[in-house]
Design a protein around this ligand. Structure first.
Ligand code: HEC
Ligand code: HEC
Length: 283
């Protein structure tokens, strides 16, 4: 009996120890994710002539109007439709792209990578979104002229946390599921899907806007080999190359500039680890 009781006590201690080592969701983490690496506001905050209108942060706006779709991002503050959704419903919308009524959320919200958001981070994002000021804004409805798939993949029950640190693994998590760097920086196929399996990081996608045309950089060692780590870090945190040229939109420089030093280092480690690829000629 004595032995059994001792074993039980030890198990309890071990479990408590393991529990406290696990990340717990928090508003602070959600704030960091939404406002830096994930850059939800880059699509969801209205743009005025002087840049993002922060008094209407996350209130929704016209994101893209092209042949395939007119995409209008939703008001995701407590002033929008999401206010009536449960936390689980909001989480499913963000990670799987499915609203409570079963309808699919359209592009360019990057669901091909958001399916990899960990449970804890997803809970933090939802917690934070519930705390932002309610914005009264109806940005209107998107129109998709292309058929949307029935879903972005099989239902997701759980995604494990990736331990934070200056590691290739955490860099990959930042660059993929959180930051969707890989989506913009991997050549799209004819259907607008990033060709992760064959051309991860090879760049070459064109973006048009008031800045003219920008082409996403090759972020494999083929494209970034000429930078030292310090130079690459400065490019990401200042938006300026060593030759003085500024990075054009939609490269989310405000987002990378606000990230922690360790997270930038992890991104750099990850980009250095990618198999070198040549940028294909755009079709
Ligand atoms: C690249 C642009 C882009 C990014 C980045 C983005 N979104 Fe979206 N989001 C959209 C668009 C566009 C829609 C509307 C799509 C539609 O109408 O089907 C949308 C819709 C949504 C919806 C559905 C709301 C509703 O009322 O139907 C939620 C929730 C959402 N986004 C949350 C987020 C969160 C949280 C983030 C950051 C973690 C984020 N989005 C990042 C473009 C983006
Ligand atoms: C919405 C699309 C988009 C996203 C998301 C994005 N980028 Fe970019 N990125 C671009 C474009 C476009 C350029 C080229 C800008 C130019 O030509 O001035 C660029 C340029 C760069 C460069 C500069 C390379 C050089 O030529 O000097 C680096 C490095 C880079 N991105 C890394 C990243 C990382 C890391 C992330 C994720 C944190 C990221 N990008 C997310 C679109 C994007």
């Amino acid at each position: 009996m004595k032995h059994l009781a001792l074993a039980g006590a030890l198990t309890a201690i071990t479990l408590a120890g393991a529990g406290s080592a696990l990340a717990a969701p928090s508003v602070e983490r959600g704030d960091y994710l939404v406002n830096t690496i994930m850059g939800c506001g880059n699509c969801h905050t209205p743009m005025g002539p002087n840049g993002p209108e922060m008094d209407k942060a996350l209130g929704g706006r016209l994101v893209e109007d092209n042949a395939a779709f007119k995409a209008i991002s939703s008001n995701i503050t407590p002033g929008g439709a999401v206010a009536k959704w449960s936390d689980a419903e909001l989480a499913k919308a963000i990670r799987e792209g499915i609203r409570p009524d079963g309808s699919l959320i359209g592009p360019p919200m990057p669901f091909e990578v958001y399916k990899g958001i960990s449970d804890t981070d997803l809970a933090s994002i939802v917690m934070y979104l519930r705390t932002v000021p309610a914005v009264t804004n109806d940005p209107g409805k998107s129109e998709y002229r292309i058929p949307l798939p029935p879903a972005y993949g099989p239902p997701i029950t759980s995604v494990a946390d990736v331990p934070e640190g200056v590691t290739v693994e955490y860099g990959a998590y930042l660059a993929g599921p959180l930051g969707h760097c890989t989506v913009c920086h991997t050549p799209f196929d004819k259907n607008g899907m990033a060709q992760f399996d064959t051309l991860l990081g090879a760049g070459g996608n064109e973006f048009h806007g008031p800045w003219g045309t920008s082409i996403t950089a090759n972020i494999t060692p083929t494209g970034l080999g000429h930078y030292s780590d310090a130079e690459l870090k400065a490019v990401l945190t200042t938006g300026k190359r060593p030759d003085g040229s500024m990075l054009l939109p939609p490269m989310p420089v405000a987002t990378t500039a606000a990230m922690t030093s360790d997270d930038i280092d992890a991104l750099i480690l990850y980009m250095r680890s990618l198999p070198p690829k040549d940028t294909p000629t755009p079709q």
